[in-house]
Design a protein around this ligand. Structure first.
Ligand code: NDP
Length: 445
């Protein structure tokens, strides 16, 4: 009966939103876990929870015109999907990347509902973005774009309504320009965005949070198999915000990170990546990762990012983008002795890859659990902004660490309760869903 209810809901959604493969993938992945939940809780179907949770509460699409340094006019498309507000103000990042479209933003917004629920904080789910590519643009061009983006978005967000953050292509620079413009046109200084600079309301440890959190989560999975990061060989894809701090935390726990990538290719340094050099190249100089191999004698650079998964490792941390690790890559990782995969990125592993990991019984941490440290620390930034106080780095990091331990325990225990021990995909989906569903029932239709 519940299988039929789920199948009908999926069918309606696919019909309503054709041609949106990432969105369909994310919904299918969650709904596959939920049949036993609907079997046990008949009131969810009676209250139409499934139809209500898969349909965004509000979708805003707007044009973003801006002028480049040569005086030429460009128009990009902006999106904000306010997905579900049962648990608090909509919360989720803004992505600037040419691949952004409604399918990508809806998949990210949908995942965000369950992730935010898992943090234990009062946060609803949302996501936004645009197909603008900040790469190769001057600071002034990025500023003008951010101002034009906010000239529309400001109508829809507020510290108690919808609180965006950064994501791919949106870091401290972009958040600063968007915050400055919001303040100017609304004449209000409050925590409407997270990931802010430390001098105007940002939280210590927010920059590090997603990467650190991904490693804290992985460490909990490793503990369950009487292991840890000490002396392990780690491969991290990406070299952006999440990847850099995942690599830093893994190294601080005694691991050797041997490979990292960007959208052009990957570097392999068998002596262990020199993270200070990598940070200088990527965070300060905004260069390509291929430059690393020019500066480090024994390091090798290879074109194309998928090849990174052929490097033998004990632990893989995909921290770049969606669907970057497919079934073949997963088989290679398992064959090479990989024992744990923790997702820093959102949905980086394809469904085929996830199946390979689950079948091989290696530890697999899905993104909505393993990368929830970023949004959790955004939630901590909101708390500090409301209090007009700043906590120390250690205070925030300790809270983040505890949240990741709790998320892991919740996912593990829920997986066991629903007769799929070790399957953290099921555990995270079910636990994230249950809290939101119960609150939706309390709020009425
Ligand atoms: P950044 O923009 O800082 O870095 C993204 C990295 O991934 C870059 O190295 C980039 O390479 C690479 N990348 C981006 N797109 C592609 C692609 N299509 N193919 C191959 N490589 C690609 O973003 P973040 O580090 O913030 O985000 C990375 C992932 O983590 C995303 O999935 C994001 O949604 C997720 N995430 C981020 C959080 C955060 O707090 N920032 C929170 C939770 C999840 P290049 O520079 O060449 O484009």
């Amino acid at each position: 009966m519940s299988d039929q209810y789920i199948a009908q809901t999926v069918e309606t959604l696919m019909r309503r939103y054709p041609g949106e493969p990432e969105f369909h993938q994310a919904v299918n992945e969650v709904l596959e876990s939920l049949a036993p939940v609907f079997e046990k809780n008949k009131e969810f179907e009676e209250a139409g929870i499934l139809q209500r949770i898969v349909e965004p509460e509000r979708q805003i699409i707007f044009s973003v015109p801006w002028v480049d340094d040569a005086g030429k006019v460009h128009v990009n498309r902006g999106l904000r999907v306010q997905y579900n507000s049962a648990l608090g103000p909509y919360k989720g990042g803004i992505r600037f990347h040419p691949s952004v479209n409604a399918s990508v933003i809806k998949f990210l917004g949908f995942e965000q509902i369950f992730k935010n629920s898992l943090t234990g904080l009062m946060l609803g789910g949302g996501k936004g973005g645009t197909d603008f590519d900040p790469k190769g643009k001057s600071d002034n061009e990025v500023m003008r774009f951010c101002q034009s983006f906010m000239a529309e978005l400001y109508r829809h967000i507020d510290a108690d309504t919808d609180v965006p953050a950064g994501d791919i292509g949106v870091g401290a620079r972009e958040i600063g320009y968007m915050f400055g413009y919001y303040k100017k046109i609304k004449n209000i200084f409050h925590g409407v965005l997270t990931g802010k600079g430390l001098l105007y309301g940002g939280s210590l440890a927010r920059k590090e949070a997603t990467g650190f959190g991904c490693v804290y989560f992985c460490n909990e999975m490793l503990k369950d198999r009487q292991s840890g990061f000490e002396n392990k060989k780690v491969v991290v894809s990406g070299s952006g915000n999440v990847a850099i701090y995942a690599a830093e935390k893994a190294m601080s726990l005694g691991a050797k990170v041997v490979a990292m990538s960007d959208s052009g290719g990957y570097i392999y340094d068998e002596n262990g990546i020199n993270l200070e050099l990598l940070k200088k190249l990527k965070e300060v100089e905004r260069k390509r990762i291929s430059e690393y191999a020019k500066e480090v004698k024994n390091a090798k650079y290879a074109e194309g990012c998928a090849g990174i998964w052929t490097i033998p490792c004990d632990i893989a941390l995909p921290c770049a983008t969606q669907n970057e690790l497919d079934g073949n890559a997963a088989q290679t990782l398992v064959k090479n002795g990989c024992i744990a995969v923790s997702e820093g990125a959102n949905m980086p592993c394809t469904p085929e890859a996830v199946k390979v990991f689950l079948d091989a019984k290696i530890s697999y941490g899905p993104g909505k659990a393993a990368n929830a440290g970023g949004v959790a620390t955004s939630g901590l930034e909101m708390s500090q902004n409301s209090q007009r106080l700043s906590w120390t780095f250690d205070e925030v990091d300790a809270k983040l660490h505890q949240i990741m331990i709790n998320i892991h325990a919740t996912a593990r225990d829920t997986a066991k309760e629903y007769d799929t021990p070790g399957n953290l995909v099921n555990g995270a989906n079910i636990a994230g869903f249950l809290k939101g569903a119960r609150v939706m029932i309390s709020h009425g239709v």
